[in-house]
Structures are given as C-alpha cells and as structure tokens.
Design a binder for this molecule. Sequence first.
Ligand code: FE2
Ligand code: FE2
Length: 192
Amino acid sequence: MHTYELRCATDPAWVEVVKSDFDRFLIDHAACERKASALAMSMVQHYPDKPELIQGMIDLAIEELAHFREVMKLMVQRGLRQSNDEKDPYINALLKHVRKGHAEYLLDRLLIFSIVERRGHERFYLMGQALEDEKLKDFYVRLANAEHRHYTLFMQLAHRYFDSAMVSARLDELLDAEADIVRRLPLRPAVH
Ligand SMILES: [Fe+2]
Ligand SMILES: [Fe+2]
C-alpha cells in the first residue's frame, strides 16, 4: 500500500477552535463533502481514456455524496443552512502548485487530492478523539477511516499512470508545500 506521513501535524488548538463554533464547522464540512463529490465527477469526465480512474472516481463521488447527505442531516437537525461557497484557502493554495501539461496536471492533481484526503484523515480522527457526543465521535472516526481509503486510492492511481520515481519526487515537493501552507494558515472552525 502506498502510504506516507504528513510533514506538519495539525496544531492541537485547531480542535478547540472547531469545538467553539461547531455549527460553522459543520456547514464548512458539508461543503467539503459536496465539493469532493463534484471534483471526483469532474475527473471522470476529464479522462475518458482511463477506465481505472473512472471506476475509482465514480465510487468516490458516490461515497462523498453519501457523506454530504449525512452531514446535511446533522445540519437540518440543528436548524443550520448552507452558506454561500467561499474559496477554501487551503485547497486554493495547494492547487496553485498544479503544473500545466497533460501528464503533469494529472499527476499533480492526483497527489494533491491524496494529500487533502490524508489531511482529512488526520483531522477527522482528531475530531473523533475530542468530541464528547458518542454518535458524533463514531461518525468522525468512520469518516477518518474513509479518508484513509481515499488517500491511498489517489496514490494507487498515481502509481497506475506514472512511474514510482516520478511519483515519489513530486510527492516529496508537494508534501513540503502542504506543510508550509498548514503552518501559515490561521486556525478556523472549518475542516481546513
Ligand atoms: Fe468524505
Ligand atoms: Fe474523502
């Protein structure tokens, strides 16, 4: 299995920031799930010549949409509404590293989406640890496990279409870039 570690651990204070405004966190979390599903479907449409990618991304889109349904249910129970989509500063900063060129574009996006899922795994696990409500705890642990699968799915696809040395070299650069972004961004009641 293609696993790796992140290079900057999330500041433990992030969990407290989230708990202090859990409603806002949920609204952001719902948007993340919806965008993850849409993004997986955009990959499906973009690579008609890559059946393994299409299959993986369709499965992912369905699973992320199911997560969106679950988070929306929590929001409705709390009387929360979706807010206007604002750009996610973390995702935006990461996507600035995507290179042009057909092959580079695919490799960079697969690796960046893998890192985003890897970070999601780390943060949802922290939430699962920190929340008091048993149902919410279980929910976030389950989502953390899903993110772990998703991060390895993107790595499998990267290795399916690119040679190992190329994947490792670019992953190394992007992990450094991601760690810098995480260190630089303020803590918010949001997934990132
Ligand atoms: Fe998800
Ligand atoms: Fe995911």
